[in-house]
Write a protein that binds this ligand. Structure first.
Ligand code: G6P
Length: 607
C-alpha cells in the first residue's frame, strides 16, 4: 500500500510529482504529501489529509522550484489519518517516504528519544528518518552506508526513498517487500511504486529486487544488492499504453473496466490455442512436467482472486478429476500445513504484490509441494519473480479498487489451465475441444449481457436504499454470489452476504423479511431444480426475491425475474458476474460513493 514517486531531473519537478502521485492514488488515498529541495536548498514540504486533489490545490497556491523531490500517498498503518502522520517525514536534513510496516518501533522510539529526538507523528517512518539522521551524524558515512547500517536495525518492511538536503544531487531507493521501479529518462531519473506513475515520461524501467539499494542521480544509476555488490538489473521496455491510465468516455475506471471485459478476455485467449490444445508461451517444458505429475491442486489467494479460485475448484474437480483446495492466503500461512502427495501450489493475484499471498507462497516453500505456479496480471511483480512458473492473465491495467476484469480474465486462464491438465493427464481431447470452443464464445456472450445494463440499472434504482442484501447461488455460481456481495460491500458500503442456496434453511432464513432483498443467481443448468426448491422456501416465508436467470419462472408475489440472455453452462460464472458488477456499480453511483477509491480500501495490499 502507499504510493511513492521521486525524481531527480533537469527541470522543475513540482508538477511532475503531483501528477504522478495522483496516478498512484489507487494504492492509498488517506492523505498525501511531497517534499522538494528548492533552488535555495530549502526543504519545501506540503502535506494534507484527503485525496491528492487537495494536495494539488495546496501546491498550486505556491511557487516551488526544485530538481529533486519525493511524493507519497498514504494508506494509514502506523498512526491515524492526520497531517502530522502524512509522509514525507523529515529529520533535519533527511527526507523519507516509506511503504511498509516497521515492527520494532517502540524500542527504537525510546532509544531515539533518549538521544534527544522529538517526534511529531505516530508513524514508523519518522522513526526511520531520525534513525538515519542519528547514524549519519554519528558515523559521517555516505548515505548508502548509513541506510545499510540503519536497515539492519529495522524489523519489518521498508521500501523507501531517502533524500539528503546536504547532498541534493541524489536520491536513494531501497526495496523491501513492496515494489519500487526506476524510470529512466534522458539526463533525469525517476522512482515509483508502479510504472503507471511514470508512463507519460518514459517506457524504460528497471525493477529493483528484494533488498536492493539504488543510488540515483540525473545521469547515473548504481544498484547494490544485499551483499553490497554492485549489480546490473535488467532494463525492460514497458508495453503498457499510457492511454489505459485514462477514463476516456467513462465516469469511473470501474465502469471502463467492466466494459473492457470482452476485449480483455480476447487478449487473454489470444495465441493460446493450437490444434485444439492449450499453449501458454510463458511456461517452459520443465514447468509442464508439474502438470503431468499433479495429483492435487492447492490454490491460495485474497479478495476477488480468492473468489475466482473458488469457481475453478468446481472445474478442476468436475472436469479434470483433480482434487482441489482453495484457501485464503492469510489463513494458509498462519497454520501448520499437512500437504497432499504431488500437490501443485497455485497463487492467484491481479497485482502480484499482495503481501498475504506472497507470504503464503514463501511459507509454502517450507513444505514439499511439487512446485508452484502463479496466475498473475503483472509480469514484473514479486509473485511472478518468486514463483517456479507463471501464466499471465493479460487483463490490462486495472485501476478501480474493486476488481472486475481481473476476475473474468483469471477465470479464463483457470479454465484454460483445467483444459491443459486434462490434455496431459487424460489425453481426452473432447473436453479440451469443448472448453476451447466455449471460451472463444465468451467475449461475445459478455457483450450481449453488457447490453442489458438498463435492466440492471432499474433493479439498482429499486434497491438503492436497502440496508442488507443477500446473494445466493449453487455450485460454481455460489462463488459468483460471494463476488457479487463483495462488489456491493466494497463500493456501496451496503451490508451484503452470500450463501450457498441450500444452506439458507440452516440459519440465514431467520433474517428473511420484506426489507432484505435476496438476489439469486440461477442459470439454466443441472442445479436449477434444486434452486427452485430454495426459492419456494424463501418466498413462502415472505422473502423478496430477484432471480438472475436465462430461464422462465412461474412465481407470483415477491419474485422478480431478471431475464438474461442465453449462455453456455461452462462459462456461466464469467457471464453472471457481469450483472452483479453492474448492479454494485449503479447502486454506488446513485449513492454518490467514491467508486474507484472506496473508503478504507486500497488496490494493492502490500502490508
Ligand atoms: C485488495 C483489493 C481487492 C483484491 C485483493 C487481492 O484487497 O482491494 O480488489 O481482490 O486485494 O489482490 P490481488 O492483487 O492479489 O488479486
Amino acid at each position: 500500500m502507499c504510493g511513492i514517486v521521486a525524481a531527480v531531473t533537469q527541470r522543475n519537478i513540482t508538477n511532475f510529482l503531483v501528477e504522478s502521485i495522483k496516478k498512484l492514488e489507487y494504492r492509498g488515498y488517506d492523505s498525501s504529501g511531497l517534499a522538494i529541495i528548492d533552488y535555495k536548498n530549502n526543504i519545501i514540504r506540503i502535506r494534507c489529509v484527503g485525496k491528492v486533489q487537495e494536495l494539488i490545490k495546496k501546491v498550486n497556491k505556491k511557487k516551488i522550484f526544485g530538481n529533486i523531490g519525493v511524493a507519497h500517498t498514504r494508506w494509514a498503518t502506523h498512526g491515524k489519518i492526520s497531517k502530522e502522520n502524512t509522509h514525507p517525514h523529515i529529520s533535519s536534513n533527511i527526507i523519507v517516504v516509506h511503504n511498509g510496516i516497521i515492527e520494532n518501533t517502540s524500542s527504537l522510539r525510546l532509544f531515539l528519544k533518549k538521544k534527544g529526538y522529538i517526534f511529531y507523528s505516530d508513524t514508523d517512518t519518522e522513526v526511520i528518518a531520525h534513525l538515519l539522521h542519528w547514524e549519519q551524524n554519528k558515523t559521517k558515512n555516505t548515505l548508502k552506508k548509513v541506510i545499510q547500517n540503519t536497515i539492519e536495525r529495522l524489523h519489518g518492511n521498508y521500501s523507501m526513498v531517502v533524500i539528503d538536503r546536504n547532498n541534493p544531487s541524489r536520491l536513494l531507493a531501497v526495496r523491501s517487500k513492496s515494489p519500487l521501479v526506476i524510470g529512466l529518462g534522458i539526463e533525469e531519473n525517476f522512482v515509483a511504486s508502479d510504472q503507471i506513475a511514470l508512463l507519460n515520461i518514459t517506457k524504460r524501467f528497471i525493477y529493483l529486487e528484494e533488498n536492493d539499494i539504488a543510488v540515483i542521480t540525473k545521469k547515473e544509476i548504481n544498484i547494490f544488492n544485499k551483499d553490497n555488490f554492485i549489480i546490473k538489473r535488467q532494463e525492460i521496455l514497458s508495453n503498457i499504453e499510457y492511454k489505459s491510465v485514462k477514463k476516456g468516455k467513462y465516469r469511473h475506471f470501474m465502469e471502463k473496466e467492466i466494459y473492457e471485459q470482452p476485449q480483455s478476455i480476447r487478449n487473454t485467449l489470444e495465441n493460446r490455442f493450437r490444434k485444439n490444445k492449450i499453449y501458454f508461451s510463458e511456461l517452459k517444458l520443465k514447468d509442464e512436467n508439474f502438470f503431468y505429475n499433479t495429483e492435487h491442486i492447492q490454490i491460495v489467494a485474497c479478495g476477488t482472486s480468492y473468489n475466482a479460485a473458488m469457481v475453478s475448484r468446481y472445474w478442476f474437480e468436475s472436469l479434470a478429476n483433480i482434487p482441489c483446495d482453495v484457501e485464503i492466503a492469510s489463513e494458509f500461512s498462519s497454520r501448520k500445513l499437512a500437504i497432499r502427495k504431488n500437490s501443485l501450489l497455485i497463487t492467484l493475484s491481479q497485482s502480484g504484490e499482495t503481501a498475504d499471498t506472497l507470504s503464503a507462497l514463501r511459507y509454502s516453500k517450507k513444505f514439499g509441494y511439487l512446485g508452484n505456479l502463479t496466475i498473475c496480471n503483472m509480469e514484473n511483480s514479486s509473485l511472478v519473480k518468486e514463483s517456479d512458473c507463471y501464466i499471465l492473465t493479460k487483463a490490462g491495467l486495472e485501476i478501480g479498487v474493486a476488481s472486475t476484469k481481473s476476475f473474468t480474465t483469471q477465470l479464463t486462464v483457470l479454465l484454460m489451465l483445467v483444459a491443459k491438465i486434462i490434455n496431459f493427464k487424460q489425453k481426452n481431447n473432447d473436453i479440451t475441444k469443448k472448453i476451447i470452443k466455449t471460451l472463444n464464445i465468451l467475449p461475445t456472450r459478455i457483450e450481449e449481457i453488457l447490453k442489458k445494463n438498463k435492466l440492471i440499472k432499474n433493479l439498482a434504482d429499486k434497491l438503492v436504499n436497502k440496508k442488507n442484501i443477500l446473494f445466493l447461488g449453487r455450485g460454481d455460481e455460489y462463488p459468483i454470489a460471494i463476488e457479487g456481495a463483495l462488489k456491493l460491500k466494497e463500493i456501496s458500503y451496503i451490508h451484503a452476504e452470500a450463501y450457498p442456496a441450500g444452506e439458507l434453511k440452516h440459519g440465514p432464513l431467520a433474517v428473511i423479511d420484506k426489507n432484505t432483498p435476496i438476489i439469486i443467481i440461477a442459470p439454466k443448468n443441472t442445479l436449477l431444480d434444486k434452486i427452485k426448491k430454495n426459492i419456494t422456501e424463501i418466498s413462502s416465508r415472505g422473502g423478496v426475491i430477484y432471480i438472475f436467470s436465462n430461464e422462465d419462472f412461474d412465481y407470483e408475489e415477491n419474485v422478480t425475474v431478471i431475464k438474461l440472455p442465453y449462455v453456455e453452462e461452462l462459462i456461466a460464472p464469467m457471464f453472471y458476474v457481469i450483472p452483479l458488477q453492474l448492479f454494485a456499480y449503479y447502486i454506488a453511483l446513485s449513492k454518490g460513493k467514491n467508486i474507484d477509491q472506496p473508503r478504507h480500501l486500497a488496490k494493492s495490499v502490500t502490508v
